[in-house]
Design a binder for this molecule. Structure first.
Ligand code: PLP
Length: 222
């Protein structure tokens, strides 16, 4: 087996049952994705629309493609026909556009709402307060073809693992609040997407059930 295949297998076997793995293949050539595919990987995460579309065209069609990066509403149309999960919905406008393009394709597109929790790392995502306010206000309910399936976040990029754990815990309790308040009877709302190569242990300990791992599988991005 290839090194990439071995890395994939190793991560897969160290994840507790019930935790899904998205193999983050952004910036890696198709041959690297094929190596992971040959080792059994069927779920890949990409963060650029053009790159995702190109890889989708040439790789096997039983792959589930996740979009994990910042997504501009005007680019949703390119991935709407096939994307299987959009991890980082960060504005009401983006959710509305995903709904519109999902309907046009007669699809339901699962999406996660991105929570801005880290100290400075990214400007994207709803703060916990904004997210509660937005859900409470209720306009999202009419965008039913964009299926809200959970929350996503990135922790601060720091060596202070106590800080990282605290951030993941905050998102876990926000998830629980949102689940009981808005999605108690909605089985689709169940995903907690947090944890990358350097912090997935902390993420899983804090209730992540889908981790997004790139470097530990494919090596450094060049
Ligand atoms: C690149 C990226 C990852 C994977 O990061 P690694 O450190 O390579 O595991 C996860 N999530 C998002 C949103 C990313 O952009």
């Amino acid at each position: 087996m290839t090194t990439i295949g071995q890395n994939y297998q190793q991560i897969l076997t160290s994840l507790p049952s019930g935790v899904a793995l998205t193999a983050v293949s952004k910036f890696h050539p198709v041959a690297h994705l094929q190596a992971a595919y040959d080792a059994g990987c069927r779920v890949f995460g990409e963060s650029r629309v053009q790159e995702l579309v190109g890889k989708h065209e040439v790789l096997p069609h039983d792959i589930q493609w996740h979009f994990i990066g910042h997504l501009q509403p005007n680019k949703v149309k390119y991935i709407a026909p096939f994307v299987s999960l959009i991890h980082a919905v960060d504005t009401p406008k983006l959710l509305a556009e995903i709904h519109r393009r999902a309907e046009a394709n007669k699809r339901l597109i699962p999406c996660l709402l991105q929570v801005h929790i880290a100290r400075e790392e990214t400007k994207f995502g709803f703060t916990p307060e904004e997210l509660l306010e937005y859900l409470d206000q209720g306009s999202w309910r009419k965008y039913s073809s964009a299926q809200i399936s959970g929350l996503m976040c990135m922790a601060s990029n720091t060596d202070d693992m106590g800080q990282v754990r605290a951030e993941f815990q905050r998102v876990k309790s926000l998830f629980d609040t949102i689940k009981t308040t808005f999605f108690a009877n909605d089985e689709a709302f169940r995903l907690r997407s947090y944890g990358m190569s350097h912090d997935w242990h902390e993420a899983v300990a804090a209730g992540s059930n889908i981790v997004r791992i790139g470097t530990s599988i494919f090596g450094e991005r060049t």
